[in-house]
Ligand binder design. Structure first.
Ligand code: BG6
Length: 461
């Protein structure tokens, strides 16, 4: 019997993680990254004063966790390789203990027929490189390329799907615009230089990989549709500018090999263009990705500016649009983010119509829930809200596939309840609950449900 929502053969069912959020930076040999440094210097900036030292200890529990992934229907799983675990100084000597750890994780995944999707950079700049200026300093790109090359050489025989960056706009927003990531700078011009260097680093890694390996390489972007309040030209323009700054600033160069002309014009008008080097244009043009990961949580809703910005104030993206709380929008009652399932369809149709229908997959989608223990019944968290959330998004993803979009899979954020950058363990996302005192793992109801739909490759209702 055919299911109402049947997904293509070999659809990727799984989940995603990042090194800092699950490994525990106090475990094993690891150099300091910006998160360790920030926590040591300002623990009060962290929720409940919990830092990255205490996380879900995947470092010691990965064998159990990978067995649980298999039980949860996974045929694929994304991890990241911590730069400062692999190369504790950021550049130079490789840490053999890290090589053994990641190799064993990858081998265990493969032994369980779970394909490893490996991401390189997930917000975790090694601190010694930060002291050189981090992504503000073009020389850091060479250190990144060494790190990428070492990772490809070490694990490229086993790993066939690579990603250069997760959500590269987030360190730009957090670290250089809105003060929620280290180094807490607020400077639009620097933010643009950082974003630009990140793109150059990405391109160099893609170039190296394509020249030496024959798997696939891509990037993971949080594509956040920016919906205008109305069809009024001023609202449409606000949404267009927001889209240029927060989505197309990475999407266009990664997929099309060029920056949008409107974006260049906007930056030129406000004297915000980054410093570029003569060979950059060709580098950007010649090295496109094979695969795009799309992280989608909630849309952005924008409207035209109500008041013109004070020309004496420092320029920020908000000079060009205002946020808009759409009346009646559906909210996640347990965290406060909007839930708009159709956004996933709109993103995919946009990729089909305007980005050559690039092979893509949902690399993160998920529902954070505060105080999730209140839903425990008979020892298990009954997270029917998460099942509904996933199902709602999968229905729209299915519709996108029927419309001809080249969608290859769906990964939930995340497998285990994990530590989050700004929220520590406040919002739980996992298929598995983790007691952070005992490290006991317990499957939530959604884990069993997901195992079933992955096994059937779809669902009816
Ligand atoms: C994504 C990141 O932006 O969202 C993850 O790739 C992050 O690292 C996830 O944890 C959920 O956000 P938060 O702030 O609720 O942890």
């Amino acid at each position: 019997m055919t299911l109402k929502y049947t997904f293509p053969n070999d659809f990727w069912w799984g989940s995603a993680s990042s090194a800092t959020q699950i490994e525990g930076s106090d475990n094993g040999i690891k150099g300091k990254d910006i998160w360790d440094h920030w926590y040591q210097s300002e623990p009060n900036r962290f929720f409940d004063q919990i830092g990255p030292g205490q996380t879900s200890d995947f470092y010691h529990h990965y064998q159990e966790d990978i067995k649980n992934m298999k039980q949860t229907g996974h045929n694929s799983f994304r991890l990241s390789i911590s730069w400062s675990r692999l190369i504790p100084g950021g550049k130079g000597e490789v840490n053999q203990q890290a090589v053994d750890f990641y190799r064993d994780v990858i081998d265990q995944l493969l032994a369980h027929e779970i394909e490893p999707f490996v991401n390189l950079f997930h917000f975790d700049m090694p601190y010694p490189l930060h002291e050189l200026g981090g992504w503000e300093n073009r020389q850091v790109i060479d250190a990144y390329l060494d790190y990428a090359t070492i990772a490809f050489e070490l694990f490229g025989d086993r790993v066939k799907k690579w990603f250069t960056f997760n959500e590269p706009i987030v360190p730009v927003e957090g670290g250089y615009l809105y003060d929620f990531h280290y180094p807490n700078i607020v400077d639009f011009k620097k933010a643009i230089q950082v974003a630009y260097h990140t793109m150059i680093a990405h391109k160099k890694a893609v170039q190296y990989y394509h020249g030496n390996f024959n798997g696939e390489i891509g990037i993971i972007l949080n594509l956040t549709p920016s919906y205008p309040r109305s069809q009024h030209p001023a609202d449409l323009k606000a949404a267009h500018l927001c889209d240029l700054l927060f989505n197309r600033s990475f999407l266009d160069p990664a997929v099309k090999g060029e920056y949008p002309k409107d974006l260049i014009e906007l930056l030129a008008t406000y004297d915000l263009l980054p410093q570029i080097e003569p060979d950059d244009e060709q580098l950007i043009r010649d090295h496109q990705i094979d695969l795009l990961g799309v992280n989608y949580y909630q849309p952005r809703r924008v409207k035209a500016k109500e008041n013109l910005p004070n020309p004496a104030s420092p320029i920020m993206p908000e000079w060009f649009f205002d946020s808009y709380d759409m009346p009646g929008r559906k909210m996640n009652p347990y965290r406060g983010w909007e839930i708009y399932e159709k956004g996933i369809y709109d993103i995919m149709v946009n990729l089909k119509d305007n980005y050559g229908n690039i092979p893509s997959f949902i690399s993160e989608n998920g529902m954070g829930v505060e105080n999730e223990e209140r839903f425990v019944n008979n020892g298990q968290i009954e997270d029917d809200y998460r099942i509904d959330f996933i199902k709602g998004h999968l229905k729209w993803l299915h519709k996108a596939i029927l419309a001809g979009c080249n969608v290859k899979g769906y990964h939930l954020w995340t497998f285990l309840d994990n530590w989050s950058w700004m929220n520590a363990y406040k919002n739980r996302y996992g298929f598995y609950a983790v007691d952070i005192n005992t490290q006991k793992r317990t499957a939530k109801k959604s884990a069993k449900w997901f195992a079933k739909i992955a096994e059937q490759n779809g669902f009816n209702n």
